[in-house]
Design a protein around this ligand. Sequence first.
Ligand SMILES: *Cc1c(COP(=O)(O)O)cnc(C)c1O
Length: 375
Amino acid sequence: MDLSELAPDYVRAIAPYQPGKPIAEVAREMGLPESDIVKLASNENPLGASPRVLAAIENVIMELARYPDGNGFTLKAALAARHGVGLEQIVLGNGSNDVLELVARAFLTPQSSAVYSQHAFAVYPLATQAVGARGIEAPAKDFGHDPEALLAAIARDSDTDTPTRILFIANPNNPTGTLLDPVQLLGLIERVPENVLVVLDEAYTEYLPEEMKSDSVGWLKRFQNLIVTRTFSKAYGLAGLRVGYALASTQVASMMNRVRQPFNVNSLAQAAAVMAMQDEAFLDECLAINRAGMAQLTEGFKHLGLDYIPSYGNFVAVRVGDAAAINFSLLRQGVIVRPVANYGLPEHLRVSVGLEGENKVFLQALERALEELKK
Ligand SMILES: *Cc1c(COP(=O)(O)O)cnc(C)c1O
């Protein structure tokens, strides 16, 4: 018998998440040495993790036989102090993807729905579908979130048998890099019905210029239905360790904590995250490298006559035309970026901002790929 038929329809219908190709795989497939590969595919931090974080990890390595602190007390205390919230308002996750799933698991059922934008982060439809809820995609505007369309897409309890319980917002969004500024964002949240949770995914918030940063954590006092998610995977350079968190009202956080695994954040990740928050000099260095690299990439695109979507993150989506062909040419040259056809952007490639030399290798390979395709 076909055992996949034992899974419910909504699980069988899930299109698997497409991660960036690992360096080793491309090296194998293209017959290139791993050291020649430039990977700008997963919005990882090109500087790696801070040396102080690496030292903090070494200190806990001897304790690997022990379970981690299931309540993550030290990390939560550091987050509570940083953000001015109570410990009971924090939910830790095995990456912020984990907390996105916890919201879905705690609040969605096959009798409810979640709303997200066209071109928004792929984990929202995945998390929604995995629990059998209905996903509603609102049309984007200029590749970004359109507040009017999102509000219009919310299914009201009086109108449907699958009312909306969650609105997912990525700000900035991945893969488009688009942003709702603080005024637009607050205007949107104010108009969301109070029985709809607003998941505000701020995975890239550290990269924003000060005037574009929303007081999202401050808004938690006003909006009991608001959930702010953050991660250590991007600006803090800890993607491989998997640690992120949500801040929410006590009631919402309590529901999310009930459905998480008791030891979902490992001990190395907890220690690393605490130290990463302290090492502000390293964070500043990462942000400066990102600003310079973003300018380098967008200058390069202008030079090549390519349109790109202006981005507030550590990545940028560039319109190359036949993205599948360009991507294949880049792979043959040992450069890994991310095709985004599965995000409804078949003519774009998303490239993460790397170190100066990596960006240069990518731009040269892109120029060669465009020339090859003309022939
Ligand atoms: C990278 C990313 C995340 C973070 O994922 P982690 O699970 O924390 O590594 C969350 N949201 C968006 C929009 C992202 O691009």
